[in-house]
Design a binder for this molecule. Structure first.
Ligand code: 13P
Length: 263
């Protein structure tokens, strides 16, 4: 069964970019594009994930944009609440600043910063318990794909998620499938390969939760305006998590247009 009735999400993960002036320019350009040719919330949820110190200024700059552009944190602490945890930002502190969305489990966090399954589960629980929506990232490495383990790895990552999500919290979850070998490399998974994995993820979700057919599953990994239309045509690809191409307002907007449902 396809998930094609799902409203797509297109989220720009700015990663450790850009400088303030460039971020403000990017926002102004995006606002202009959305003003000239709006994309409604029924067509596509649009979000941007700036660095943590820019979350509030970006939110402020976007405050009168209609339809709303969601502001997404790139990470959250494994520690909950407040306390003596130097350098950390908890889910409760994000919520307190009206930041309602967060990425969890991005492969760069897993690979470079040691976010193991225990930490990721704590982050998921804390975020959901603080009533944040999460975009949970999964994906296999090139080595794992070549060893024929891609599906097993990704489904295990879905099981890790399922281990901590309460039944009533599933509606606050979006999944992003990002094969690690496609991130920042210019190599995209073919629409067929991506669709096949998304279908497997949906099958897995459907066995776990009644929300399985309603959960948006985004693709990430070198998404560009040039490949977005083909990816968007796949029934189980419900949007994109965009890195590099989200740093250019026009590219990002075109990707959102490619995924936006026609009304
Ligand atoms: P790129 O679009 O730059 O490949 O990055 C994808 C990504 O990691 C988004 O989270």
């Amino acid at each position: 069964m396809s998930g094609s009735n799902i409203i797509p999400w297109v989220v720009g993960n700015w990663k450790m970019n850009p400088m303030q002036a460039d971020a403000q320019q990017l926002i102004q350009d995006l606002k202009q594009l959305l003003q000239d040719a709006p994309i409604t919330e029924q067509q596509c949820h649009i979000g941007v994930a700036p660095i943590s110190i820019a979350l509030l200024s970006v939110k402020q700059s976007l405050q009168n944009v209609s339809p709303a552009v969601k502001v997404v944190a790139q990470d959250v602490s494994q520690m909950a609440g407040t306390g003596a945890y130097t350098g950390e930002v908890s889910a409760e502190l994000l919520k307190d600043s009206q930041i309602d969305y967060v990425l969890v489990g991005h492969s760069e966090r897993r690979e470079i910063f040691g976010d193991d399954v225990t930490k990721i589960k704590a982050k998921i629980s804390n975020a959901l318990n603080a009533h944040l929506h999460i975009i949970y990232c999964v994906g296999e490495s090139l080595e794992q794909r070549e060893a024929g383990q891609a599906e097993q790895i990704v489904l295990q990552q879905i099981c890790d998620l399922a281990a901590v999500v309460k039944p009533e919290q599933w509606h606050n979850i979006v999944i992003a499938y990002e094969p690690i070998w496609a991130i920042g490399t210019g190599k995209t998974a073919s629409p067929q390969d991506a669709q096949a994995m998304h279908a497997k993820i949906r099958e897995g979700l459907t066995q776990i939760t009644t929300e399985g057919q309603r959960t948006a599953i985004l693709y990430g990994g070198s998404v560009k305006p040039e490949n977005a239309v083909e990816l968007a045509a796949c029934p189980d690809i419900n949007g994109a998590l965009v890195g590099g191409a989200s740093l250019n307002a026009e590219s990002f907007y075109k990707i959102a247009q490619a995924f936006a449902k026609t009304e």
